[in-house]
Design a protein around this ligand. Structure first.
Ligand code: CU
Length: 376
């Protein structure tokens, strides 16, 4: 049997067990019905959107962005509340979908393209459901690596993404048999800025769960847990500095890029992506439940900027995949992913199957965006 056919079968199985629920309301991102199989209007200089650094935005523009996120938090969930009690609003629907797909979209060949489309769905939802017209920001975590507190994004003001958690020193953080990091400057609940006292209802899920290929039975239960952070300059200085980002933007091939981003799980090689997560702490330390923290989106948009920069620096490598399969650490075993493989779904936000190749370019397929600069 052809690999692509197997992939379709596997993807169909995924869809049937997915978070598909009620029809989306007022959300348009489907392919155009013009019969071309395309996504409608061509991406032109007039229509392209430019993503910018959160820290470079004017205060009022930063607030417009967080206001739109809070608007999404005020919209009803479209998921079945019996099956997903933690999906208390439309913002949380994204976090639930991310948890549900964690096993299929991390530490495998779907990682970069699946997250690229997930970010774009969220961006489009902010625009269509909440009238957001500003730029979709990234967080340049290399620029803030020396001291994340010293920048607007984490200063805790009304124009930030909220600040650090309350100080609660629970000692060094063990990230694996061979890696312990010092505690940061927070550790408790986030009590400042737009997301002060936010409830993050999906409980922490241990990354070791990835080795089992399953989720805890109560993964989507509602828990009254506050959003927590533990900003950690040691981690950002060590794992997300400019030299590391530049190296990633010049990776020899997709396998090397994946290694520089994700390291080797369980080893002392953390990688830029995990490093950025651990530099925020709290829920962001979890590969499963981190999307409950609104700063997840600017962080992952920065990962997409690194990917986009690598593609721009080496056009001949732009559509390379890393040769891995479609499951985290190949658990459960799955086929090697190709450009023809159907992506794992995005729950009710996705209306028709999407191949990996459709998500390779930021100016084709569903996308029409660029970054304000390329990491060269
Ligand atoms: Cu993820």
């Amino acid at each position: 049997m052809l690999p692509s056919l197997l992939s379709v079968v596997a993807a169909t199985a995924l869809v049937s067990s997915s978070v598909v629920s009620a029809a989306p309301q007022g959300f348009r991102h489907a392919r155009s019905a013009d019969g071309s199989g395309g996504y409608g209007q061509a991406c032109t200089l007039e229509t392209i959107k430019t993503r910018v650094d959160f820290n470079s935005m004017a205060p009022a523009d930063r607030k417009a962005y967080t206001d739109a996120i809070k608007c999404l938090m005020g919209k009803p969930s479209q998921l079945d509340s019996t099956q997903y009690p933690a999906a208390i609003n439309r913002y949380m629907d994204y976090a639930v979908i991310h948890v549900n797909r964690t096993q299929y979209v991390h530490l495998d060949a779907f990682f970069l393209t699946w997250h690229r489309y997930f970010l774009w769905l969220y961006e489009t939802d902010l625009q269509q459901s909440c009238g957001y017209t500003g730029a979709f920001p990234y967080w340049d975590f290399a620029a803030t690596a020396a001291d994340p507190h010293a920048f607007p994004i984490f200063d805790g003001s009304d124009y930030s993404m909220s600040g650090d958690g309350l100080y609660n020193n629970s000692g060094p953080i063990q990230l694996g048999a061979s890696l312990t990091i010092p505690h940061g400057t927070g550790g408790g609940c986030v009590t400042t800025g737009p997301f002060a006292n936010l409830i993050a209802p999906i409980k922490f899920i241990d990354a070791a769960q990835l080795a089992t290929g399953t989720l805890p039975a109560d993964a989507f239960a509602y828990n009254e847990i506050c959003l927590q952070r533990d900003l950690n300059a040691y981690v950002s200085q060590t794992y997300t500095n400019q030299a590391q980002l530049t190296a990633a933007a010049h990776a020899d091939n997709a396998t090397h890029l994946e290694f520089l981003l994700n390291g080797v799980i369980g080893s002392s090689s953390l990688g830029i992506h995990s490093g950025a997560h651990f530099s925020v702490g709290g829920q962001m330390n979890s590969i499963h439940v981190s999307a409950q923290d609104p700063v997840w989106y600017p962080l992952h948009t920065m990962i997409d900027k690194v990917y986009t920069s690598w593609q721009a620096n080496y056009p001949e490598r732009a559509s390379q995949l890393d040769g891995s399969t479609g499951t985290a650490l190949n658990t459960p075993p799955s086929d090697v992913v190709t450009l023809d493989t159907i992506e794992p779904d995005w729950g009710y936000f996705q209306l028709s199957p999407i191949q990996v190749r459709e998500l390779i370019s930021t100016t084709a397929g569903p996308f029409c965006y660029q970054y304000d600069n390329v990491i060269s």
